[in-house]
Design a protein around this ligand. Structure first.
Ligand SMILES: C[S@@+](CC[C@H](N)C(=O)[O-])C[C@H]1O[C@@H](n2cnc3c(N)ncnc32)[C@H](O)[C@@H]1O
Length: 299
């Protein structure tokens, strides 16, 4: 059985992570100390990366799964909805034979990544990281070993026909033995209007679900950041999504032509009740308050 360990925190903080946050004492207001972050001195993209992204772990995860399927390591990677392309940066750092191609509609987030992430790479790694301002439904580029759509970005496709079109297109961008990776979230708390806080190093991350329509499945979430001096960045990011279920996703992946899709479900840390960061192949999940999972779909 493929066992992958990750210490991750996601856009959607599941009840597993919120239990941990509560244990750490959430929302505690402290008097500001010299050098601490404030709303005025913070950059929302940097906070987002710190709060919800674990790129090295995710690249390792994709390597392991790909190797377990194909008995070789992947080299080429397409990151759809790449944002600041931190995942693509981790991909090119991982091996000198690796190349990454990030696709995002928003020129400002690509520019932020170019200035902040790309500049930190070695000249060799920088040459192997390519980004394009484009639509994930239209930008072709070359065929790759791995396509990833992480942090639930594909939830912007709210209708079955739109998501099917995206899955079909992503499949066409893969080599014969290519693998498409997705993440997803759910659990009964994700259908309720609530705000969850997680204390991080020098700031608090707040995941705020402000609307859920049980008829259409549409969900509206905001990310806010709060600082020790009491200042906040409200609505740093807003997500107007459809909350897809894993069953729907697997059916759509099959309809799009993927020959197999496998779910990787997180285990439980029995001491804390939270997730243990270990993702295993699963066909039976746990009906818990909040969960995150990965899907690997084989072309
Ligand atoms: C939730 S952020 C994800 C950033 C990053 N992938 C991550 O894992 O955190 C969603 C990103 O998708 C981009 N986006 C939305 N629709 C898109 C589309 N049709 N084609 C390309 N990028 C798109 C947005 O500009 C935004 O940067």
């Amino acid at each position: 059985m493929c066992v992958i360990e990750m210490s991750r925190s996601r856009v959607q903080s599941s009840s597993r992570t919120s239990l941990r946050a509560k244990a750490q004492g959430k929302g505690v207001r402290k008097s500001a100390k010299k050098g601490w972050r404030t709303a005025a001195t913070s950059d929302r993209h940097e906070l987002y990366e710190l709060a919800v992204q674990t790129p090295l772990d995710e690249v390792k995860f994709m390597d392991k799964i790909f190797k377990s399927i194909n008995n070789r390591l992947p080299a080429t990677f397409r990151e759809d909805f790449c944002g600041t392309h931190i995942l693509s940066s981790a991909w090119v750092i991982r091996r000198p034979s690796n190349h990454a191609y990030g696709v995002d509609l928003d020129p400002s987030v690509l520019a932020w990544g170019a200035a902040r992430r790309k500049q930190q790479l070695s000249p060799s790694a920088r040459k192997r990281l390519h980004t394009v301002q484009g639509d994930v439904l239209a930008h072709k580029g070359g065929l790759v070993d791995v396509v990833a759509a992480f942090n639930f970005s594909y939830y912007i496709f709210k209708k079955r026909a739109q998501l099917l079109r995206y899955f079909k297109f992503a499949r066409t961008r893969l080599q014969k033995d290519g693998v498409f990776f997705l993440d997803c979230y759910g659990g009964y708390e994700s259908f309720s209007l609530q705000s969850e806080e997680r204390n991080l190093d020098g700031f608090t991350y707040i995941w705020d679900t402000v609307k859920y329509n049980p008829i259409s499945g549409e969900v509206l979430n905001h990310i806010h950041f709060q600082f020790p001096d009491g200042t906040q960045i409200r609505k740093a990011f807003t997500y107007d999504w459809r909350l897809w279920t894993i069953a729907e996703l697997q059916e759509l992946l099959a309809d799009a032509g993927f020959k197999r899709s496998t779910v990787y479900w997180e285990g439980t840390d029995h001491a804390t009740g939270g997730g243990n960061g270990i993702f295993r192949k699963a066909t039976l999940g746990e009906a818990c308050a909040g969960w995150i999972a990965y899907i690997a779909a084989e072309k």
